[in-house]
Design a protein around this ligand. Structure first.
Ligand code: IVH
Length: 706
């Protein structure tokens, strides 16, 4: 190590360098001490470095860094919380943006439940609180844990912090033995203003809006800090229960209120669509005077047995929706248009804006969607914004709704600079120079460079390690970019040989900037943990166009094992023949997705890369729902004709829950045809193939629900 220069001898440049070095060393020491429980330097040396840092800052106050160690206590909080696995997943909500979306929500529910358009159907409507959700678990009336939503499956353990919130009871009388209460933690406008004023006075961190303040306050490692922050809680939902709370949503909320929880006073029961929209308008009018942020109105089916029948899509309930308030708007200057290249090669134009505050958040980038959008046309060639195009230098209207990426809504032509030119969308990839082409019917121009395009390769890798995919701890977007840049990881398979190549020897991971012995070992262990991977996750991680998380899981359940799936893809590679028909027969797989899938596995380049990857993996077979004793587990079932006791969607969901595969067409692989009145060609084909055929009552008797 170079000898340290006395503080009073340092030149300005040397001081700046030294502050950077100290910030890095102290950060490493903090991480080692607080997160890894493995201090790397002695306490005395730590104190000496800290004192030296302070002395340099005192001599050159203007060189003090934003990440100055003298401002920091402990280590980054995210690592500091324990994890809690939710016994019942925490869901999010689908969105409706206008009355038509709400009407569609109502129609879909009626259809699913088999109710006529005029049949009575009650909903509840209540404000959508703009805070963060929290799940509170009570056992025998005592609060035992509190967890944030996290990724819906696993959240952070914030029990001690939750206990400091006045609205959260520590004990309940007359509650079910197991009761998980869910709701929103939020901060009122008045408390938010006061907190920011106090923080500013002390030179501490101020918050952009009440929601950030609530999140920052709840997720404190020290519960005493949370206690000093005025947080509140509204209960609106529940997780695990040892006995039902009521028969209706309204009744359940009344019960939670009787148990001592705050519930929102604007919650109301509504009869049908018109009533919902009327209550929405009423809440929107009151919005500005509520004293806390809300960003829409949540509608829920009132009858809990209907909620049970409707169930969930992958992350949202079918029985609820959030009707969002219109977006917030602001005008600003468009300074430049940049092109970003995504994982599938899509060239996405991004607007760089003169920063402007929109609804309390500073916005400096917005999406421009695609070249048609910039030119003033929609996907079908019709005019949008009255045909006005968007040019660099234009005065543009920015809007944002909730957490979504801000968009550009309008252009003010009266303020257009005289020399502004129509935007020339690139026809070559700005990252690799390959041709960027637009396929017929596609709104998006794509780079044809495939994996030779560094932008695509990196984006694919980032997707590969993302949360819903391989989710490797310690290997996020930033690390992937670094490893890619240095040539250590070029494709997913390289992740699994990283230790072999860089665990020992001259060029070791632990010697790299930002890595140490402990973090390198942790990374290698985290990678090893993912050598076993569920089929659905692996497929999703490959980032094949049109094949999202839900489709990946559907395919995994359908084919069961990876080997079966690969055989099927090989069999379907010409987009013809029985395997191709079988793939298309899967309810939820359309032709576009099927082609994308088959092509990905048939292209030599991509296939070899996938095979190199799977050579390092054990792919877990798709977990089927617990179907022990189910008479239809593993059977391929087709429904045809009219069903009278349930809708087709409900029949399908029930069959899948019992482990059956539901297909839309009859083939030699079909085990059972359920035929209602009016069944036609499918029944005929089944008869020809000798497939067992039963009617709806037969089906209900079979699954034990006659
Ligand atoms: S119900 C299974 N009701 O909105 C349904 N959510 O965008 C659970 N939220 O994650 C949610 N106010 O954090 C529900 N009155 C309300 C809500 C509400 C705010 C939040 C919640 C959820 C998010 C979805």
């Amino acid at each position: 190590m170079t000898r340290e220069i006395e503080v009073d001898q340092l030149t300005r440049d040397q001081a700046a360098q030294e502050l950077a070095r100290l910030a890095r060393l102290l950060m490493q020491a903090n991480t080692a001490y607080h997160q890894d429980d493995a201090p790397e330097i002695s306490d005395a040396e730590y104190d000496r470095l800290k004192a030296r840092n302070l002395a340099i800052e005192a001599r050159f106050p203007d060189l003090k860094r934003d990440d100055s160690p003298s401002e920091q206590v402990g280590a980054a909080p995210a690592e500091g919380f324990g994890k809690i696995t939710h016994t019942v997943r925490m869901m999010s909500l689908g969105n409706a943006f206008d009355a038509e979306d709400v009407a569609e929500f109502d129609r879909a529910i009626r259809k699913y439940l088999g109710l006529g358009t005029d049949a009575p159907l009650a909903y509840t409507a209540e404000p959508k609180i703009d805070g963060l959700s929290l799940s509170l678990r009570y056992e025998k009336g005592r609060l035992v844990s509190a967890a944030t939503r996290g990724d819906g499956a696993v959240g952070e353990n914030v029990t001690e912090n939750a206990r400091t919130i006045d609205d959260i009871p520590h004990s309940l009388t007359g509650a079910p033995d197991v009761l998980e209460v869910r709701g929103e933690v939020y901060m009122s406008h008045a408390d938010f203003e006061a907190l920011n004023a106090r923080q500013a006075e002390r030179g501490g961190k101020t918050f952009a809006n009440p929601r950030n303040a609530a999140a920052g306050s709840l997720r404190q490692l020290d519960p005493e800090i949370t206690r000093a922050r005025p947080l509140r809680f509204f209960a609106y939902s529940w997780g695990e229960l040892s006995e039902p709370l009521a028969d209706t949503q309204m009744g359940a909320i009344a019960r939670l209120s009787a148990l001592g929880f705050s519930t929102n006073p604007l919650t109301e029961r509504c009869d049908g669509l018109d009533d919902l929209l009327a209550h929405y308008a009423q809440i929107e009018q009151q919005r500005a005077t509520l004293g806390y942020d809300i960003d829409g109105v949540v509608y829920k089916v009132d009858d809990l047995s209907y909620q049970g029948r409707l169930g969930f899509r992958s992350t949202t309930p079918r029985w609820a929706i959030a009707h969002k308030f219109p977006a917030e708007l602001a005008w600003t200057r468009l300074e430049a248009i940049d092109i970003q290249v995504g994982r599938t090669g899509a060239l996405s134009p991004v607007a760089r804006l003169t920063p402007v505050t929109v609804g309390g958040v500073v916005v400096s980038n917005a999406t421009l969607h695609n070249e048609d959008y910039i030119a003033g046309r929609d996907a079908k060639g019709r005019e949008i914004r009255d045909g006005k195009d968007i040019r660099v230098g234009d005065w543009v209207q920015v809007y944002r709704a909730g957490d979504v990426i801000p968009k550009i809504a309008d252009v003010d032509l009266s303020k257009r600079p005289d020399d502004a030119q129509p935007y020339d969308f690139p026809t070559e990839c700005p990252e690799c120079g390959s041709d960027a082409i637009r396929e017929e019917g596609d709104a998006v121009r794509r780079c044809t460079g495939g994996l030779i395009c560094p932008a695509q390769a990196v984006e694919k890798l980032k997707h590969f390690v993302s949360r819903a995919a391989f989710d490797i701890e310690g290997l996020g977007a930033k690390q992937v970019e670094q490893f890619y840049r240095d040539g250590w990881i070029k494709e997913p398979a390289d992740i699994f040989t990283l230790e072999e190549r860089y665990g020992t020897g001259l060029q070791q991971l632990k010697n790299r900037e930002g890595w140490g012995e402990k973090s390198a070992t942790n990374l290698f262990r985290a990678i090893d943990d993912k050598r076993r991977i569920p089929f659905g996750r692996l497929l999703f991680a490959l980032g094949i166009r049109h094949v999202g998380e839900q489709a990946s899981n559907l395919l995994a359940r359908f084919y069961g094992s990876w080997d079966e799936f690969i055989k099927a893809m090989d069999g379907a590679k010409d987009c013809a023949g029985p395997e191709w028909e079988r793939l298309l027969g899967i309810d939820g797989v359309g032709e576009v997705m099927a082609r994308a899938l088959v092509t990905a596995f048939a292209q030599e380049h991509e296939r070899k890369s996938i095979d190199r990857l799977t050579a390092h993996l054990t792919v877990e077979e798709a977990t089927q729902p617990d179907t022990s004793g189910s008479p239809v587990a593993g059977k391929t079932v087709v429904f045809t004709g009219t069903l009278e006791k349930m809708t087709r969607a409900e029949a399908k969901a029930r069959a899948e829950a019992l482990g059956a595969k539901v297909s839309g067409s009859v083939s030699a692989k079909t085990d059972l045809l359920v035929a209602g009145p009016g069944a036609g060609s499918k029944a005929k084909k089944a008869a020809e193939l000798g497939v067992d055929t039963i009617d709806e009552d037969g089906w209900l008797a079979l699954i034990g629900d006659a």
